[in-house]
Design a protein around this ligand. Structure first.
Ligand SMILES: Nc1ncnc2c1ncn2[C@@H]1O[C@H](COP(=O)(O)OP(=O)(O)OP(=O)(O)O)[C@@H](O)[C@H]1O
Ligand SMILES: [Mg+2]
Length: 297
């Protein structure tokens, strides 16, 4: 297993050149260092998973690549060219599509309208070519094996998983080179998560460089070629799939030592014990061994 240093500048022999590369990127918000010394390679036809706990810097990293924020240190290159995006539109024009968990699509608009949002097909005098847009949206979603049924349905009535899939299909159709998925499975159940993971693989097979942001090492390990763990804004693990196991990834995510301490603390709270409601008096509920304030009505 290697650290960030092993993959620093450039690429190993035989690897593909990076579509997008960060070298020692940092981002400060005033005196808060959200990211420090982050290096990352995103390659065509690979899924790069970025994992990290709350506050690790995952969203900050996405915002830099998506053109929402500018990095304050280091270098980002796109296709070998040093780049600082001035706006999300510039990032999109460079082939970087970002699918945010909650803002993936406009809920009141229909499926086909969402598919073409911002890229509408028009005929003369700016009138929208609705028939063509419906036909293409239908073809593209079918091609991906996404079953929506009536494309006039508002997207708000679809499941979270279906929405993510439409956003992925749209990015592929409009020629994105890199797709960034911000915790696409975080709010989904097992089955829907599986569907989204399947489309992550489809995006990879379509030749995109996929950046999959997640808290979940199990989801990451099902689809990832490469794994980067952020902790308090720094890269604490940067490893290829061949270099680690799911157990190691899970252990690194949990922060081995911290998990050990937590499990010790929880063991002393007698897990498995069932508390009889009759033995608890009103106002008596406390969490004696954990670090949370006791709950008192
Ligand atoms: N606009 C901002 N101004 C000041 N500090 C910020 C800003 N955005 C993020 N931060 C800080 O930067 C750090 C990283 O935040 P970030 O949102 O990138 O983490 P995250 O990994 O996405 O967390 P989560 O899993 O909770 O979404 C945090 O300490 C956060 O408080
Ligand atoms: Mg976040």
């Amino acid at each position: 297993m290697s650290t960030a240093v092993a993959h620093e500048h450039g690429q190993a022999a035989g690897d593909q050149p990076a579509l997008l590369q960060l070298v020692d990127v940092g981002k400060s918000y005033g005196n808060v260092h959200a990211l420090r010394g982050v290096s990352l390679h995103v390659r065509q036809g690979e899924v790069t998973c970025v994992l990290g706990d709350n506050g690790a810097g995952k969203s900050t990293l996405i915002k830099i690549m998506a053109g929402l924020h500018k990095h304050t240190d280091g270098v980002m290159t796109i296709g070998g060219q040093e780049t600082v995006f001035g706006s999300p539109r510039e990032a999109q024009a460079a082939g970087i599509a970002t699918v945010y968990q909650h803002l993936a699509l406009a809920p009141l608009m229909s499926v086909w309208r969402n598919f073409f949002l911002g890229n509408e097909i028009t005929r003369g005098f700016g009138t929208m070519d609705i028939a063509s847009m419906k036909r293409i949206a239908d073809e593209e979603l079918r091609k991906m094996g996404i079953e929506i049924g009536d494309l006039d349905r508002p997207v708000g009535g679809l499941s979270g998983g279906q929405r993510q899939c439409i956003a992925i299909a749209r990015a592929i159709y409009f020629g994105a080179k890199v797709i960034i998925l911000d915790e696409p499975t975080a709010a989904l159940g097992v089955k829907q998560s599986g569907v989204v993971l399947k489309y992550i693989i489809k995006a990879r097979d379509a030749g995109l460089g996929v950046i999959f942001i997640t808290h979940n090492p199990h989801h990451a390990f099902l689809v990832g070629n490469h794994f980067v763990i952020l902790k308090l804004g720094r890269v604490v693990l940067d490893a290829h799939r061949d270099e680690l196991t799911l157990d190691e990834l899970t252990g690194q995510m949990a922060g081995g030592q911290e998990l050990e301490e937590l499990s010790h603390e929880l063991r002393s709270a007698d897990p498995g014990k069932v508390v009889d409601a009759h033995t608890v008096e009103h106002g008596e509920i406390e969490a004696p061994t954990l670090d949370h304030p006791a709950v008192k009505p």
